[in-house]
Ligand binder design. Structure first.
Ligand code: KIV
Length: 271
């Protein structure tokens, strides 16, 4: 039997076992109770309450505006829908960069006020002190390297990162540092597949890729992208599993027609 089917509750240790067993890890974002409940029941290993909520839930252009209070609201809603999946919550922009004490206080708030199981933080060496301090307090930390959307104004674009030797070398060093510090896993976003392969093979903790190719130990997608809710975003790395935008539009138009024609509600649908 696979670790995935055996396990009643996914923990950070489960993910290490899955990597050791060469079993791929499935991860999806969720931001509310109802979708989290569906994903958990469907058997997803990890639910990420991503700061992509800033884009897909609040309609902002970047992940920068979302606040710690808003992340806590989303994460506590998700937690109420989950029985089995591991729930990881993004530390939002501005909640950890000032210093490691601020980072620890933000991590405590997420853990105490949401009941989530772990936090995720963007960056390598520059956030290492905060990562270590949060880990020392007993909070599991997931790293995030490559394209780190909170630094979009530094990068200037959302294109593939670490194509050049110097950036690739830094990424490899950062991944090892995060592992040595005690991170239980690392998200690799939008980097060349062969670099992600090298990093994944050099680590004993799992890598979870998004736009980082097939050699990562697991994959993550933003739910709105993979379900086709937002069908304007079609990057090369995305596989869309449903066209929810078209399905929902059709259902809403049908409802409008039924209301306007006085077909809804009918005799059976009233008291
Ligand atoms: O916020 C998010 O959804 C993420 C994923 C893209 C990994 O960090």
């Amino acid at each position: 039997m696979s670790v995935h089917t055996e396990i009643k509750k996914v923990t950070t240790q489960t993910l290490q076992k899955m990597k050791a067993n060469k079993e791929k890890i499935s991860m999806l974002t969720a931001y509310d109770f109802s979708f989290a409940k569906i994903f958990d029941a469907a058997g997803i290993d990890v639910i990420l309450v991503g700061d992509s909520a800033s884009n897909v839930m609040a309609g902002h252009e970047t992940t920068l505006p979302i606040t710690l209070d808003q992340m806590i609201y989303h994460a506590s809603s998700v937690i109420r829908g989950v029985n089995r999946s591991l729930v990881v919550v993004d530390m939002p922009f501005g909640s950890y960069q000032s210093n490691s004490k601020e980072a620890l206080v933000s991590a405590f708030r997420i853990m105490k006020e949401t009941g989530a199981h772990a936090i995720k933080i963007e960056g390598g060496e520059e956030v290492l002190e905060s990562v270590k301090r949060i880990l020392a307090a007993g909070v599991p930390v997931m790293g995030h390297l490559g394209l780190t959307p909170q630094s979009i104004y530094k990068f200037g674009t959302y294109t593939v990162r670490a194509k050049e030797e110097a950036e690739a070398e830094k990424l490899k060093k950062d991944a090892l540092m995060l592992q040595e510090a005690g991170c239980f896993g690392i998200v690799l976003e939008k980097i060349p597949a062969m670099l992600a392969k090298e990093v994944s093979e050099s680590l004993h903790v799992p890598t979870i890729g998004i736009g980082a190719g097939k050699y990562c130990d697991g994959q993550v997608l933003v739910m709105h992208d993979m379900l086709g809710i937002n069908n304007e975003f079609k990057p090369r790395f995305l596989r869309q599993y449903l066209d929810m935008n078209t399905l929902i539009t059709g259902a809403v138009q049908h409802y409008i027609k039924d209301v306007k024609s006085n077909d809804f509600p009918n005799e059976q649908e009233q008291y």
